[in-house]
Design a protein around this ligand. Sequence first.
Ligand code: ATP
Length: 352
Amino acid sequence: MNTYRIAAVPGDGIGVEVIAAGVEVLEALARRSGSFALDFKHFDWNSDNFVKHGHYIPDGGLEELKTFDSIFFGAVGALNVPDHVSLWGLRLPICQGFDQYANVRPARVLPGVKSPLHNGQDIDWVVIRENSEGEYSGNGGRVHRGLPEEVATEVSVFTRVGVERIHRFAFELARTRPRKQLTLVTKSNAQRHGMVLWDEVFHEVAKDFPDVRIDKELVDAVTTRMVLKPGTLDVIVATNLHADILSDLAAALSGSLGIAPTANLNPGKQFPSMFEPIHGSAFDITGKGVANPIATFWTAAMMLEHLGEVQAARQLMSAIEAVTEAGVHTPDLGGTATTRQVTDAVLDLLNR
Ligand code: ATP
């Protein structure tokens, strides 16, 4: 029997609530399968501990994390820590340190869920976000702080290696989908260096994938296409910043941020990959027991698939869809169910 070691990092806010629910569901699946086991270790790396001890990740923490098969992550962010400090303190050192360069964000309107779009049923996308460089490479600085002549730079970095590998990943993924369509999103009319490199490398890589239909949009134009003609898009590849924004839009158009999952993949598997809901700590609902756990369950299914437990991943997706279809919805989806009730409904199906 395969035993997978999973590092659970709930983090802050509703991250704690949804990861607890996700662990319950994953344990039920492992019990049901009889063919694999999950060995969880919990890490209390969060903003409370940052405020007390001055660090999110203790000395040697990343080294320890490297020994796990996967990371199951909640959210990071707290009212008393600036967002850029919490993000760079916890999430980005893992993504960048473990070369999780491919961020995969599926968006689909689950059965029983209402999209704000009249044609929302046409949404079936995967947004692929470059996750290791670009606008979030941390390159820049500030001088003359606080003075009128203060200068701050935030320099995007695009490397040929980084651009080529994300395009190749996107083509490989597009090839596995029924429509085999890949849309390149950049802003190469206004940004004439890095974005033009993105365009050029895309077309070079495309030659190796003649079976994938390609097209190209500017990032502003693709937002209107997502809203007006959702059925014309399939897989979208975009930079770190652009895809970050587009995938929040995709989540909202498919019903709620509370159902949208994401995988931060190290495709070569030299390091563990990290699975998390797209949403953040959601202070407004923390501790109320109403956080939607569906995004976390969906990302748990992505984790199982990545681990090679494809059947368990399918069982989990079917249970999620049966529960959304039955109308067991938390308030973000217009319902009155609690996190506990949605979790129990999924567990009920898995334990049958
Ligand atoms: P971040 O900057 O960390 O991505 P954010 O500022 O975008 O976070 P979130 O914490 O994701 O904000 O929350 C945005 C809104 O969506 C809030 O009103 C929150 O309550 C709602 N929301 C987010 N996740 C969920 C969820 N799982 N269930 C219900 N509502 C959610």
